[in-house]
Design a protein around this ligand. Structure first.
Ligand code: SF4
Length: 297
């Protein structure tokens, strides 16, 4: 079967060939662990059960996770093994299962979630995506995903092409976010402030690109309720090839971040997470070694 899971629509048979994302027939997992560096409603006190998949349908020149972006680290996992891993993370205390860059692996993720739920998985499923999604793939996830955690990276095709090699990014990501909101609605949390269902839109403010941020926020303000949870991130670091491409070769300035936050407030968003710019530190990038082992619960 040929792969058209994402807007790249490579049309390759992944049993024997690789498309843009580099993913094989089944997912390769670079890391699975409790993760404490997501938004507070996801990390809580015990951590988010993050499963980092290898392979990505974007090629961001500043990617923090570039080691696993297009390189497969570790072995391939089938749906039963992935279900068992989810149950293991739940038993470890994870507040949720956080599927990081899951798009190329939806064919395995869906049966894995269904199988894990039959075996007692109770915690929410978080779909942590770069936003470059098709509506067809998202519709298959209705009832599977509880919390969508999409990026909305760029509004202009120029930035999307230059920085991530996807000039049609906004066309797809903007529609995708509306579909996610249709499926799961606004974020709802339990009495401890832990996310249970809904959408959190992430936007990483880039150096020299605050106007791009304004366009993103304008789109969100016009198309979603102002109560939508917006995670305005300032943790940009010049990783991967960014050191060669000004202005991405530097950190975000406090005054740039302040402008982005002020615009968010000016538009009237009521639920905005912001960061301390000290979060832009390589020590927050997890180690990826593909060495994921556990005893079945
Ligand atoms: S998921 Fe990968 S192989 Fe499939 S269409 Fe997207 S980039 Fe191509």
């Amino acid at each position: 079967m040929t792969c058209t899971l994402c807007p790249r629509a490579c049309g390759v048979d992944r049993t024997g060939a690789k498309g843009f994302c580099g993913a094989g027939e089944r997912p390769t997992i670079a890391r699975a662990a409790l993760h404490f560096w997501e938004e507070p409603s996801l990390s809580g006190t015990r951590g988010s059960g993050a499963i980092f998949f290898c392979g990505c349908n974007l090629d961001c020149l500043f990617c923090q996770n570039h080691e696993i972006n297009h390189t497969m680290i570790g072995r391939m996992w089938n749906e039963e093994e992935l279900a068992a891993l989810m149950l293991h993370l739940q038993a470890e205390g994870a507040h949720n299962i956080n599927l990081v860059t899951p798009t190329p692996h939806v064919d395995t993720v869906i049966p894995a979630v269904l199988g894990a739920r039959k075996r007692g998985l109770m915690i929410p499923i978080v779909y942590n995506t770069n936003g470059y999604e098709t509506l067809d793939t998202l519709r298959r996830l209705e009832g599977i995903v509880d919390i969508y955690l999409p990026d909305l990276k760029y509004a202009s095709s120029l930035a999307a092409e230059r920085y991530s090699g996807a000039k049609d990014y906004f066309d797809f990501a903007s529609k995708a976010i509306l579909e996610m909101h249709r499926q799961c609605g606004e974020l709802s949390c339990d009495e401890n402030g832990l996310a249970q269902r809904g959408v959190i839109v992430r936007h990483l403010v880039l150096p020299g690109s605050v106007d791009e941020t304004h366009h993103i926020l304008d789109f969100l303000a016009k198309n979603l309720p102002l109560t939508t949870h917006v995670s305005l991130m300032g943790q940009y670091m010049p990783c991967h090839h960014a050191s060669e491409v000004p202005p991405l070769n530097r950190h975000l300035l406090q005054r740039e971040y302040d402008r982005a936050i002020a615009y968010c407030i000016q538009l009237g968003f009521e639920n905005v997470s912001i960061q301390n710019l000290k979060a832009a530190d390589p020590s927050y990038v997890p180690e990826f070694n593909g060495n994921v082992t556990f005893n079945e619960e």
